[in-house]
Design a protein around this ligand. Sequence first.
Ligand code: NAI
Ligand code: 15L
Length: 264
Amino acid sequence: MKRLLITGAAGALGKVARAGVGHLAETIRLTDIAEMAPATGNEEVIQADLVDFDATRAVVEGCEGVVHLGGQPTEGPWEKVLNGNIIGFYNLYEAARQAGVKRIVFASSNHAIGFHPREKTLDATALPRPDTLYGVSKVYGEALASLYYDKFGIESAILRIGSCFPEPLDHRMLATWLSYDDFVRFIESVFMSPRIGCPIVYGASDNREQLWDNQLTSYIGWHPQDSSEPHRARLDATKEKPGPNDAPVMYHGGQFAAFPHPDD
Ligand code: NAI
Ligand code: 15L
């Protein structure tokens, strides 16, 4: 690729992507509404708000691929979800269409299917069942990505990320944890694959407990290599285990299923 854009580059996963995928394109363009570290090597840095279509259109110009991580990353006030994940998301995809972008990695979330019960293993055919307004915004994003593939031919790899942190933080994350290295491996697989279409992939590492089945999208060639298992003893020693009827173990989305309306 000549130029790859990373949105949300000032954020946690944006920094991980910035550090990990520099080799995928001649130029890596980084954007965020927040300030980012200055460009080094083959990087370009452009500060912009995704809610501003003209600014987003300028940021996307000249890019062949996008890793889209910018937006509201959790449940929050409707206005924030609306701006970051509905308006900002539309602007990014529409700017991508106008600029001729070919492929996008979209950081969707397990909260798009968060109200499914844990004892049901989900694959890419699972119906949406969001657990929050944030989850609803990810379902919308997945639908828009699908439309822009079917109608305009822009491929999107929709990654329903579980919990992407340096290490699992609680017992639920023993199943949902995605290591930073496996996240970077996913981006690499997507941009090295000859054809991806518009797949839904679940973003979890090679953990002993698995809530999700990626068999239907194995053609992408992504093989997570890390496991949460070495963290189990530490979590057992430091964290109270949730009971069988607690949200963290009842639902795919864990405690998000029990969150109140964010504007109450
Ligand atoms: P983060 O909050 O660290 O990064 C998000 C970035 O988006 C921030 O730097 C923020 O300034 C930027 N942003 C927000 N609104 C913007 C706007 N209007 N214009 C431009 N930039 C804007 O969150 P994190 O954890 O890095 O998440 C990245 C993406 O991955 C998010 O879309 C999140 O929903 C998704 N995700 C992350 C998971 C995780 O475990 N970290 C799990 C599931 C999904
Ligand atoms: C998400 O979608 C959030 O971005 C992240 O902060 C975690 O809460 C994650 O889901 C999770 O389910 O653990």
